[in-house]
Every structure is written in C-alpha cells, then in structure tokens.
Design a protein around this ligand. Structure first.
Ligand SMILES: [Zn+2]
Length: 665
C-alpha cells in the first residue's frame, strides 16, 4: 500500500509516536515553564495600549510540567540522493489531497489541544513536523543540527509577592495598589535613581516638541504626564505619540532607569489608579502608574511647581522638564513574567551548484489558540466561558500541511539551482513572534534569502469563484506576472493585493526587504472559533493551492537571476469572499470589548480620506453593531462601491461618527 495511504489510516497518537522516532526525539511529556518576576489575569485595556497588544493569553490549560524534555532532536544530516527519472513520477510532483488532509487531521486533532504556546500539544506538533521533514528528505535547518530553532516567549505573569519600592525625600507613606501600581508591561531589573519630571515624555518633531531637550535622564526615574498636549489629536483624540509603548520606549532610549506615569490633571475627572493588567509584552524597564497625590508629593518635595501649572505650560508646548533635586526612588519592576520555550521548525532542501547558497523560504505558522474560552478569543461572544479546543484546522494546520507537501514536491524535483528552506513558525497568534525571531536570528544569511512564500489559511479554497488571494503581488518586480501565470495555469482566479505588509509571518521578511507573499483562501465565520475543524477543510483545494506555491517556489529557485525586491507603500487589506467594497483599513485586535480595532489605514484609501485613524475602534457601521471582523465583513457585504456609510469609531474616550465613501476592488 502507498506509504502515504498507510500513514493516512494510522491514529494520531500512533502517527505521532512513529514520527517522534523518525525525528529522533522523545515524545514530549512536558516542558519547563521558567518564571521571572510576574502578573495576574487579563484586565480591560487602557485606550493608550496600542491595538497590537492582545491581553496576556490565559495560562495554557495543559501546561508543560517541569520535567525537561526539550526534544534533543539531533537528527543526522540525511543524505538525500537526487531523484532519478523514475521517482519523478507525476504523483511525486503533485500534492495528493489525502496526504494534505492527513497532516491537517494530525495537527488539528483534539489530542494536540489547539497547539497553543506553552502547551504540550504544540511540542507534539513541532515533533510531527520535524518527522515529516525527515520523511521528505529535508535536512535539519535549526540549532545545533536539529530541526528546531528555540527561543523564549512570554506567557504572561503576575505581581511579585516580594516587591521593593522606596522613595527618599517625601514623608507620605507609599503603598502598592493605593499610590502606585506596576504596568503589565513593566520589566527590566531593579533601579535606583534621582527623580526627574519630563512633561509628557515625548519627542515629536512634527510639533517641534522635545521633552528631553536640555535634560540628561541617564539612570534617572522619569515622571511624566499621561497622554499628550490636547491640541495635537483634537477633541477626545490622541495620536500614536501618546501610547504607553511610545512614551516608555522613548524614556528607555534616553537611558532612564524607571518610568512613572501620572494622569493628566483634569478638574472634571476623578484621579484613579489603573488596575493591574497582565500583559505578554515586556517593555524591559520598570514602569508604574502613580496617583496625582503621589506625584504632587514628589514635585513639592523636589522644589517644583505643582502639576497643574506644569501641565498648563506643557500644553502650550513649553519644555517643563527638570530634575527633582534630592528625591530618589529605588525598587524593582514588581512584575514576574513567565516564559515558555518555543520552537520554529526548520528543514532545508539543498540546491546544487553556484546558487545553492541562496534560499527560497516556504513558511507558515503551526501554532494556534490552544484551549481557551471563546469569550477570550472572540470579545463579541462573551456567552461561552468554557475553555474549548480551538483546533485551527484552517488556521493554520492547512498552511503547515502546505509547507510539508510543497517541500516533498521540491525535494522530488531536485536538482534545484537554489536551496529551499521550510519554516513552520511558532507564536504567530501572539504577535508574529516566531517569524520576527527568525529574521532577527536567521540560520542562513538574510541577504542570501531571495524570497519568502507564506501560507496562512489555505484550507477553505472557494470552489465557486475558484479565487485565490495573494498579498504581495508587487513585492518583487517579477511577481505580478509570475504569480498570475501560475495561478491561472492551475485554473484559478487571482485576487491579488500589491502590498506584502499584513498580519502574518511574511511581514517581518518583507520588512527586511525580502520579496514576500501571503497565499490565502479567505476569512470565514469559523475564524478563531473552536469550530475551525478538519471536516470543513477543502483538501482538494488545499492540495491545488500547495501545487501553485511549489510551482512559484520552483520558478524563483530556477531563475538565473534573483527576483527584485520592490517597495509598495499601501498596506494590504484582509477581506471576506465576494465583498466588492473596500474601506481601506487593516483589521486588528480590539482589546476594549467594544469593537474592531483598526491596525492600519491604507494611504489614499477611503478610510484615510474620511479621516479614520490607526488605533480607532469601529463600533458601528450604520445601525449595525460591530464587535469583530466578522461583524465588519457582514456589515459591508450589502454595500456597493460609492455608497456612503456612517462609521462610529471610539477614539480615546469619545465616539466619533465619520461618513466614509466606500471604494471598489
Ligand atoms: Zn493564521
């Protein structure tokens, strides 16, 4: 019986144990969770939290208890003979839908628990992928001759039990949770420094504003006002300069030892300390929200004017920064982060000849949302608080199957001029962390990486329209014709988007000026829901899409010259099938429970023309309440280009209604 069909009937666990043996690693029983200073459970986000910061994920339901089982997969470099004519049968050069589906079935099986980071299931998935690489003859491309590139990912954290925090120079007693509270992104080591007041702590050349001009804050604890001068963003609006991320990173760049942020003085608003909110991000510097009462005590003791007058001067653009002489603070971040060791899974199909040092990357993420309450993953649906396995069959077991099968085809097409690198990324769902880690720590020189093809959600091919979405058709000068040819050769209809910057693993490569594309079969109602299951995957379509990807990769590999990087300004836009209208925004995470955040606005697009801004949160389109991307797509589906729709957005603390004239595709 054909090996693959034999493989198809093996049960998941049996399959996994076979594959672990193949990959030369132990079936993972568990994996260590390392801890360093921490935090408690997700809290509602403050508007300044850039939309890209999803609350810390729930601690994995099936954490990896302490026994260290890092797969020590030192797989011997298998020598793969160049296939003779015989092996190059038609079957070997095409993806069989059953093989495609077999991978999806293993990866999306309940046994793997939704492949959430920090879970045991994601390790099983990593070992399965490594085993498949070995089976198709790909060589280890990870650390130390293994298939794995390992790195730590913050899982979240909690407030430390033991916490140092002292102020010299004021008599007021200081207590955590009353006078100050660490931010969830607080990090870094202990600090000890003199306190300096730095206005809003912003450098904004457009406004000719620099709160760090004329003051050296090296090793100092900087105290700053929250947000920014109201004149910058307009009524109830703030610019990206006002985000915590921008202000805290600026202070860090200026050499500050710690950051204190106090609410702007506002007669009508009672001063309240923020609640502690667990966060995955670690800004790497101790950061605290403090009360106005504590700030006033520091300013007064430091011989400075009161906050209200300093604030008034700062709002007029004056630089009010000064050292508060004799006032010192010391302590630590007060937050304990927990980390999990995660892995990118990397295989190499070596090229032959003078161009074999150049690589075509075929990639996609293999992690998903794990086991969590739907209410955690879909803020529009708070009804279901029961942790459920998010199987992620389409997102992205399908793309992972595509990586393995396109690798098999390319291995069968050897000799190749250039080498092919297969990368299954981890931690995509929590901020593209796997692909970002790879481009910062490439296992082969990035300058030798000639292109990147990302498969993220290729399991729901649209049989009716036969359409295939490809983002990045202009990311290289040669791509548009090349991609169009291969898509039409496959009997499909290309729905191309020029830009390659978007919410998936091709983006970090494109940002490194590597021509990159994202192949995609479209969003659907099961996106990020527990019922993104195997039985809804279109295996036939997934196999065909993978054939297209393998053909494009082969084309790029066999060219005499490299494809030519091309910069495209406009940002890509994710759209549902068959909706003909364009608003020109990039949907993002909405972490304030009231809407769909805008992660990007396409320059020159309808939204920008109407005045919508990155960071806005769409709450209504016309009378339709918008709680997430599905609602957004549904609301637009009945519109046609040229229609003017009333869009309500939350901006800062207020609602803004904007008339948007929709564009066409
Ligand atoms: Zn995905």
């Amino acid at each position: 019986m054909h090996e693959t069909s034999m493989r198809r009937i093996l049960s998941t666990t049996a399959m996994l144990s076979v594959v672990f043996t193949l990959a030369g690693c132990e079936a993972p029983e568990s994996k260590p969770i390392t801890t360093m200073q921490h935090h408690t459970g997700p809290q509602p986000a403050a508007p300044e939290m850039a939309s890209a910061e999803p609350a810390a994920a729930v601690t994995p339901v099936e954490t990896k208890p302490a026994a260290d089982s890092t797969p020590t997969a030192v797989v011997e470099a298998v020598s793969i003979p160049s296939p003779g004519a015989k092996e190059r049968s038609a079957a070997a050069l095409k993806v069989h839908p059953d093989d495609f589906l077999a991978h999806v079935a293993v990866l999306a099986d309940d046994n793997l628990g939704g492949r959430g980071i920090g879970s045991r299931g994601i390790d099983q998935a990593a070992a399965y992928i490594a085993g498949q690489y070995a089976l198709i003859g790909a060589q280890p491309g990870g650390d130390n001759g293994t298939y794995f590139q390992e790195f730590d990912v913050a899982l979240g954290g909690k407030l430390t039990d033991e916490h140092n925090f002292a102020v010299d120079g004021i008599s007021m007693p200081i207590a955590r949770g009353t006078d100050y509270i660490p931010f969830g992104f607080s990090g870094g080591d202990s600090f000890d420094g003199e306190v300096a007041f730095v206005g809003y702590g912003i450098v904004n050349p457009e406004e000719n504003h620099d709160d760090y001009a004329g003051i050296d804050v090296t090793d100092k604890v900087v105290l700053m006002l929250r947000r920014e001068p109201p004149s910058w963003g307009g009524p109830g609006q703030t610019t990206r300069k006002a985000t915590f991320r921008n202000k805290v990173y600026t202070a860090k760049e200026k050499g500050a030892a710690a950051v204190l942020i106090v609410n702007r003085h506002d007669d009508n608003v009672e001063d309240r300390l923020m609640r502690f909110r667990a966060q995955r991000s670690d800004f790497g510097i101790p950061s605290f929200h403090i009360t106005q009462e504590m700030a006033s005590a520091l300013l007064a003791a430091g011989g400075s004017d009161a906050q209200a007058s300093l604030q008034a001067a700062a709002d007029e653009g004056q630089n009010v920064s000064r050292v508060l002489a004799g006032i010192r603070m010391s302590g630590d971040s007060g937050v304990q982060k927990s980390y999990t060791r995660e892995r990118n899974v990397i295989g190499i199909i070596p090229g032959d000849g003078p161009l074999s040092h150049e690589f075509v990357v075929i990639g996609g993420h293999y992690d998903h949302l794990g086991k969590a309450p739907t209410s955690m993953m879909l803020r529009s649906d708070r009804s279901d608080n029961t942790p459920r396995i998010h199987n992620g069959a389409d997102d992205n077991a399908s793309g992972t199957a595509g990586i393995i099968e396109s690798g098999r085809i390319l291995a069968a097409r050897r000799p190749l001029k250039r080498s092919v690198m297969l990368i299954a990324f981890t931690a995509e769902e929590v901020g593209l962390l796997g692909s970002k880690h790879y481009v910062e720590n490439p296992t082969v020189p990035l300058e030798d990486t000639v292109a990147m093809i990302n498969m993220d959600m290729i399991g729901r091919f649209d049989e009716d329209g036969q359409t295939l979405q490809v983002f990045g058709t202009k990311a290289a000068e040669e791509f548009e014709t090349m991609i169009a040819r291969h898509v039409s050769d496959a009997g499909m209809v290309l729905r191309g988007s020029e830009s390659a910057s978007g919410p998936s693993d091709h983006s970090p490569f494109y940002e490194k000026k590597i021509p990159s594309v994202h192949v995609f079969t479209g969003l659907h109602g099961d996106y990020h829901r527990p019922n993104d299951d195997v039985d809804k995957v279109n295996a036939e379509g997934g196999a065909r899409v993978t054939d297209v990807v393998a053909a494009i990769a082969y084309d790029i590999s066999e060219r005499d010259d490299r494809v030519t990087y091309n910069e495209v300004k406009a940002r890509a836009q994710v759209s549902g099938r068959r909706s003909g209208v364009v608003m020109g925004i990039m949907p993002g995470y909405a972490d304030n429970n009231v809407g769909m955040a805008i992660d990007g606005v396409s320059s020159g697009g309808p939204a920008e023309k109407a005045g919508m801004q990155t960071g806005d949160v769409i709450t209504r389109i016309g009378d339709a309440k918008i709680a997430n991307i599905q609602d957004y797509m549904a609301a637009l589906r009945n519109n046609k280009p040229g229609d003017v729709v009333k869009v309500t957005v939350r901006r800062g603390d207020s609602d803004v209604i904007i008339d948007v004239k929709l564009g066409g595709r």
